[in-house]
Design a protein around this ligand. Sequence first.
Ligand SMILES: CC(C)(C)CCc1c(C(=O)O)[nH]c(=O)[nH]c1=O
Length: 310
Amino acid sequence: QALHAEIAGIKFDDIFLNASGVHCQTTAELDELLATKGTGAIITKSATSAYRAGNPSPRLSKIPLGSINSMGLPNEGLDYYLDYVTTKQADKPMLLSVAGVSYTENLDILHKVQDSSFMGITELNLSCPNVPGKPQTAYDFETTERLLTEVFAFFTKPLGVKMPPYFDIVHFDDMAKILNKFPLAHVNTINSIGNGLWINEDTDTVVIKPKGGFGGIGGALAKPTALANVRAFRQRLNPTIKMIGTGGVVNGRDVYEHILCGADLVSVGTQLQFEGPSMFARLEQELLAIMAEKGYTSVDDFRGQLKIIE
Ligand SMILES: CC(C)(C)CCc1c(C(=O)O)[nH]c(=O)[nH]c1=O
């Protein structure tokens, strides 16, 4: 199996999946991804306890070399996604993404998942908000440790975390030390680069309505940061914690680079948003061509083998 992986004893016959938030809010979108050639798995939009309409539009915009979004966590609510992942007959793993809008909601949601019949991988979105006046959970190191401690006191099913990008080596060190304390199935990095701003040059106006135009940046613009975060966490995390690389994937070379940095699975958001699900077959072909060119028959041949200049 050229493009295989395994997380928490769950086998993947392909390494690609959607980035949570893209093409995964409704069962129709999720069904389409399941049926798409090249996806090894799918993941739901981060679920909150109840349905959320999310922010007013325009809340997502294509920009040169990427995207900007402040969706505001629009989703159908936890029960909708729990029902989907527990009843849908699928031939590939389905991951459930969750995000409480408060510290305690994270615990409430994970108690429900623990008590449900879902046996797959849950991904906790740590870009979830924290108490007002404090940064997002993942940028509040003490809160992240406290939350994961409370979660693992009762949650016994496979759990991964979705991380925002970090930009300081000491933050890589400190967050990896925290994550290594827990029996995590995986770390998925990166989420969009927070609070970017894009201006329409014809109107001198921002391009999305929420937050005065501030929004998460994805796409090619995010690749250097994404590769650095995959590499930094791979170098620091226990090998038992697998890596999902996300950010900046446009073509097969970008996928290859995520794997060089240590990714076990690779998820795609912005490019999927604008190209559609046929993108996955393209990425797979492009990656396999690169591997053939280099004489690799499996992703195991080069995962994490990024070379530095001695
Ligand atoms: C940013 C939050 C709204 C707190 C979480 C949901 C989310 C969103 C979103 O729903 O706005 N957009 C992203 O690029 N990443 C995310 O994790």
